[in-house]
Write a new protein. Structure first.
Length: 439
């Protein structure tokens, strides 16, 4: 049953969504199953009506006409109505309903027992028709026609006013009941279909959000891996290339011992790069932080930088820091990127790395005495490395400053908030190390 505004569940059978577990598909499946019970109920009502006519006082022509009309209803349903209930073809449905209403009035005109068919025909009007105006018109026509048929006298060929006055109120009640029940049922089914469609839309939205979240996660992971590669493997390969070039130059000028030292550094750097690659594949902590503290990792980083570049490095850092593992990674990667920029651009003779904690948080400063920032520093464009460093720091709620160092050169300062270090600044000795002492 449905109204003109909204197709019935069965009306959506031809357009069932492809998703097997969609709510509307489930509703359509329920309709297809229920239609079979409508077939059984209709057949039972028609057969019982025919039996009632056979056992009543209807005889002769009246009985023959009545049984013929019942047979037409049954054949019409098997030929048109049953198919319309499944395909929702409205032309077929309304042709059948007109035939059913007309034949019902014929049976009622022969005997009042024909009113038993009203149970089936009223119901089929709401079940098969999908237009509210057609449903109301057919119900009114059936009720009014039944009242006239009950008042019709075959002997005189006239409608008896007294009989009409008696049957009209009865059929008025039947019409009111049919309209009320039909409209309420149609409204209920319309709400069920609306809810099913809303569930489908919700599922589609959830699926779309899931896809969008997955895509965002993939992009974020790609960005993270790209940044990790830039901060570790790319810098390590740069060191290997520079050391190999230096070793080649040493061999050209006959300095075999110096070349051997360079090759040893190449091997050490390559091993560190391999460890970084394995840590990256395993998605674990950076290799320098595995089994050690941030201060130890910075000391090794500063020592290798000094050996590879010949630049004097001064490192100042507490022996023990109260930091989260995420902050350790951010500070280590920031130091690596800052030193890589010194190697590429600064042409510095000395670099200072200072790590400290105070009440406000943790600060890492890397300053050099090199050529400094370009003259147009206010319009200075950050490269991929500095952008990645800024994003890392911002993700931990920190800030990054890049500017001129006191006395010349460049200063890079990373500040992380104290929230990640609830125990406050670490206590203990601070280690000050120069290039020759860093190992």
């Amino acid at each position: 049953m449905t109204t003109a505004e909204t197709p019935s569940p069965g009306g959506a059978v031809a357009g069932v969504v492809d998703t097997a577990d969609a709510a509307t598909a489930q509703l359509d499946g329920t309709w297809a199953r229920d239609v079979r019970w409508w077939d059984v109920a209709f057949t039972v009502i028609v057969v019982l009506s025919a039996l009632a006519l056979l056992t009543a006082d209807v005889r002769g022509t009246a009985l023959a006409v009545s049984l013929a009309a019942v047979a037409v209803i049954l054949v019409g349903y098997l030929g048109w109505g049953r198919r319309a209930a499944r395909t929702r073809d409205q032309v077929t449905a309304h042709v059948y309903l007109v035939v059913a209403v007309a034949c019902t009035l014929v049976v009622v005109g022969q005997d009042a027992l024909g009113t038993l068919l009203l149970f089936a025909v009223f119901t089929q009007i709401w079940m098969l028709s999908e237009h509210l105006w057609a449903q109301v018109v057919l119900c009114v026509a059936l009720a009014a026609g039944t009242a006239l048929a009950l008042a019709f006298d075959p002997a005189t060929g006239r409608v008896e006013p007294d009989e009409l006055a008696s049957s009209a109120p009865q059929m008025g009640v039947a019409l009111a009941f049919a309209l009320s029940l039909g409209l309420w049922t149609a409204h209920t089914m319309r709400q069920a279909e609306r809810h099913a469609r809303l569930v489908d839309e919700l599922r589609a939205t959830q699926a779309e959000l899931g896809r969008a979240s997955h895509e965002a996660g993939v992009l974020a992971e790609r960005e993270r891996v790209a940044q990790e590669i830039h901060d570790t493997l790319a810098q390590g390969f740069t060191s290997v290339v520079m050391l190999a070039q230096a070793a080649s130059a040493d061999l050209d000028r006959g300095a075999a011992d110096a070349a051997r030292e360079r090759l040893a550094l190449v091997e050490s750097t390559a091993r560190d790069n391999l460890a970084e690659a394995r840590a990256l594949v395993a998605a674990s902590a950076p290799a320098p932080l595995q089994g050690g503290t941030l201060s130890e990792a910075l000391r090794r980083l500063a020592g290798r930088f000094a050996e590879e570049t010949g630049t004097r490095v001064e490192l100042t850092a507490p022996e023990a820091l109260r930091l989260s593992s995420a902050d350790d990674v951010v500070l280590l990667r920031s130091a690596q990127e800052a030193l890589a920029n010194v190697r590429r651009h600064a042409a510095a003779a000395a670099v200072r790395v200072d790590l400290r904690q105070d009440a406000e948080g943790t600060v890492l400063e890397v300053s050099d005495d090199g050529r400094g920032l370009p003259a147009d520093a206010p319009g200075f464009t950050e490269g991929y490395g500095l952008r990645g460093m800024r994003e890392r720091v911002a993700a931990e709620g920190g800030s990054l400053e890049v500017g001129p160092a006191p006395g010349g050169g460049t200063r890079v300062a990373v500040r992380l908030p104290a929230g990640a270090s609830p125990d406050g600044p670490a206590t203990g000795a601070r280690a000050t190390t120069r290039a020759g002492d860093v190992r």
